[in-house]
Design a protein around this ligand. Sequence first.
Ligand code: ATP
Length: 870
Amino acid sequence: MSQITPMMRQYLEIKADYPDAVLFFRLGDFYEMFLDDAVKASRILDITLTSRNKNSDGADVPLCGIPYHSAGPYITKLIEAGEKVAICEQVEDPKSAKGIVRREVVKVITPGLVVDGSSLSPKDNNYLLSIHNDDGNRWGLSYLDLSTGEFRLTELDSLDAVVAEIACVGPREILLPSFFRDNGKMKELARATAGLVVTHVEDWVYDHEYCRRLLAGHFAGASPSSLGCDGLVSGLYAVGAVLHYLQETQKGKAAHVTSIKAYTNAEHLLLDEATRRNLELTATLAEGKRKGSLLGLMDRTTTAMGGRKIKQWINYPLVTNRGITDRQDAVEALLQDAGSRAEIAALLNGVYDLERLNGRISLASAGAKDLVAMKDSLARIPAIKEVLVAFSSNLLAGLNEGLNPLPELIELIERGIVENPPFVLREGGIIADGYNAELDELRAISREGKGFIARLEAQEKKRTGISSLKIRYNKVFGYYIEVTRTNLDSIPADYIRKQTLANAERYITPELKEYEDKVLGAEDRIRDLEFSLFQEIREAAAGHGNLIARTADCLATVDVLVSLAELAHENNYCRPKVDDGTNLAIVDGRHPVIEALNQGERFVPNDTLLDNDENQIIVITGPNMAGKSTFMRQVALIVLMAHMGSFVPATEARIGMVDRIFTRVGASDNLARGQSTFMVEMMEAANILRNATPKSLVILDEIGRGTSTFDGVSIAWAVAEYLHDNGEHAAKTLFATHYHELTELSVTRRRIKNFNIAVKEWNEQIIFLRKIVPGGASHSYGIQVARLAGLPLEVIERAKEILVNLEKGEYAEEGIPRIAREKKATVPTSQLSLFQNTEDLLRKRLLSIDVATLTPLEALNLLDELKRMA
Ligand SMILES: Nc1ncnc2c1ncn2[C@@H]1O[C@H](COP(=O)(O)OP(=O)(O)OP(=O)(O)O)[C@@H](O)[C@H]1O
């Protein structure tokens, strides 16, 4: 049996409670990691792995460590690698400890509960999300951004909705009940949780009474009904798990999490995961970047809070006329007043991230610089209010009311903290002179003591006649007098020798030590006093947490509204008329992102009319590259922007409220998730047919393309019919296709109309006109587009040949499939043989015809074919 040291025993005991976190074990000035933690951390942090305490059985204890005062960047690195870090401190003074110093984990930092600015992206929230489900259809879902205090909760009625909501929230870490591992739910959620840090919560936590108690405990006695969570079961469990996890990791109260907002799906325009991705709302499809997405275009906000808020507006568009109109009124007012817009933006430029400052203050992790940043930000508010007061818009007036400059807090910080405090909190230099009488006195003693030492040095030089005599200070001896060896003869008798160096001797005197005690004692006391005064000020600031949160939220909203006005101004957008009707009518609509990219081609605007009557389904045909996808996406984006309260890229728009936007666009390869392109396409289509309503907008781009032509046409046809015929699912639909057969749908289905995107043919080339016009397209021009793309000319020529063959009908002849027939093979060796051959072929072809079944159109085509053969 190996000998375990008492320290190692303590380590192992603590570690047992935090099996899934890297334990930072405080030893003096270091955090040490041992065993598996050390192996893992040394790899991630790129620090040296050593070993110690070779046990009696010879086993190594792997070990690595980092200095405690520079732990921040190391923690960030571990969190970014998806690890959790448990910080274990010495919780008693080593000097007074009997035996081994007591140690405790004081906090666990997890990817979903980060509050430190350096590991957070300013314009993105950092969410921890929690899900609960009993075997029924109710799913509880709750999420928290600990850094800002935002806490939300909903209940959903299907797995589809849960997956969509996870995609919308985009959490960093997800809490799931342990029993999900056994009941198959883990598997069902695998797609939605891929890439997230998954933390399993013990099953006993999901107990009604326990969760109610947690809720009441956190929100000071509040009941579920006073928090708007009445009647929720799974929802309450989801919230309970978050609060439980918060308690386990933070070890204290997160007082800035002052409320929880319950919401339902009916409050927002819904976008499923595929739609969100396909429409490139917050990230581009190809690279997942913000730049190039709708968010990248729309975000002109100045503050990080505004940046996060506009992302939320895109993710949760409104569906109430009132809410949308209020935002529009505010944007319009700001649009008309460029001066105020510029003034607000300039003022916001000096506002720091109040939400996150507030979070750090409440969690007692804010430094003195954070408090100064808070004060400087609040100091901007009176001027912002002065600009806002001139506006009569409801929303702006309400926001103005919500902005509180908190003068007493500004005054406290200004009086208490120096203008440019240091980062470190325990070395003094934080509290301003005049704030605290005791501190001022100690500082005077310290200053005086230092002055005394300077005077003493001069006096001793004079007394001994040693001009090189110096009074110095180090941590081991405190103050001492240093005399070089050449002057040893002049040392007075009262000097007490302390240390001998190669060239000098060091002495102390009783007088020197007396003053040293006074100075150093004062400095120690100053450090302690400053820290406790700072804590008092920080606590006072935390006491304003509610008002700061409200003010921050209002500032963020002002920032977003100014940003929307700026966007509308720069791009010449119009204010859409949003109503409870069912029509979508857009005049001269443009694709906001492609238009702004300005790739050399002027963007050609297009009109749109969709309703639940004559124009329910628009089948759009047209050559490749004509602009079908662009057109359909632009309609979806305009509708979404209108629901956000934004102005839209059009000269006029009337938007009847939409409940959901669905898209089935392009090939989204999910091979990594084990599904074929076609399978994904059909799953997305199935989701649309299940969930679309007459108030939905559906975008179908080349549905059925992932399989054989006949299967594809058949599926596309049946989908269109279903959306047309099924009153309950009769959504307004834009349907782009290369299958020209589908244009015939309009013959039998009244609410289906054909449109195409016009092109002009010129010298075997096509010119894209980008205009959508009524009627179906006659050609695909795929080969011309392939030629534009630079396919070798011989491939182009051969493709044309095959196309001609195909257009004549696909039947085999003399053992050669018609499609593969080559001109070369049919080149005659002589006129005669050609003649005979052609006659044979003509005869054969004629004999193969069943005249009785031919339609007039087929007869005409056949005649044309026979003529060509001849
Ligand atoms: N209205 C427009 N004005 C200017 N340029 C446009 C317009 N519409 C589309 N474009 C340009 O044409 C390119 C091709 O458009 P899009 O991808 O929409 O074509 P498509 O018809 O869907 O093609 P395919 O059938 O091959 O998928 C776009 O990337 C864009 O740059």
